[in-house]
Design a protein around this ligand. Sequence first.
Ligand SMILES: C[S@@+](CC[C@H](N)C(=O)[O-])C[C@H]1O[C@@H](n2cnc3c(N)ncnc32)[C@H](O)[C@@H]1O
Length: 298
Amino acid sequence: MQSERVNDSRIEEPTGYVFDNSGELAETRYRELSALYDEQTIRHVENRGIDQGWSCLEVGAGGGSIASWLCTRVAPTGRVLATDVNPQFLYTLCFPNLQVRRHDICREGFPARQFDLAHARLVLMHLPEREVALSRMLASLRPGGWIVVEEFDCLSILPDSAANPGEEELRVMRGFNQVLMGRGVEMRYGRWLPQQLRECGLVNIGAEASVSLWKGRSPGKTLFKLNFEELSGPIIRSGLMSPAEFEADMKRFDEGDFRMLSPMMWTAWGQIPESTCRTASASASAGVRKQEEWFHVS
Ligand SMILES: C[S@@+](CC[C@H](N)C(=O)[O-])C[C@H]1O[C@@H](n2cnc3c(N)ncnc32)[C@H](O)[C@@H]1O
């Protein structure tokens, strides 16, 4: 971790996805995300009517917990395409109906009108090109196909110790948000999702949000401490806090009475119209590849 105070605007921060998505940190992050959110993701996907035989696209699949569940759920006749800019954890999965692709959704699209379901969780908010990415997911859906997107809104509900003692806003949280926003992350994207889907011409749109109070050594606190520590350098370099203040916040974070209000997790869904599939799915066919380049049918 950074041990000196550096506040130099000449230091260029890297661009692209902000977090490590290859090593041990990534493995822990994906494990905690799975513990926190798989259950509700599965509930939302079940509510869309997923069944054996469905063809599913999982974008930014990370550790692959949802891709794995989808493979089992749609087997034996359904199939799953799981993509990520770094699919190293996906390559370790063994399902006969799984295809894994290294793929950057900002650069290219998917096979057009192939899928019954396209899902992404905590991916689009990270991408400055999130609208293009969303339209590429929509272009991959068949008429009647469902999109389910899950993203945080980190700004609409802030900690309030008057509401819950121990629910404090630490300076590191502001620093973290600021660093992410500076890197093009849309910290309220979850809140925008229903309107985004409406503007894309989808039907049967719905949305639900959840918030939790995290305490002790919950997966949520572990996840965020990991995130803060990973970005300690940029947070301190931003000049918002000194290394000593950062250390003090990390210490406070671990104390038993400290409570962390989770970000709001929004899940939004919508369906490509059966008859007027031109609206959403045809409007973004640029960059779409032919199906046979993606799927090896044996
Ligand atoms: C916060 S993680 C979420 C992982 C997984 N969806 C989950 O919820 O457990 C974001 C994931 O998006 C992937 N990602 C980032 N930029 C991407 C891009 N341009 N195209 C595809 N995947 C991307 C990252 O590699 C990472 O696996």
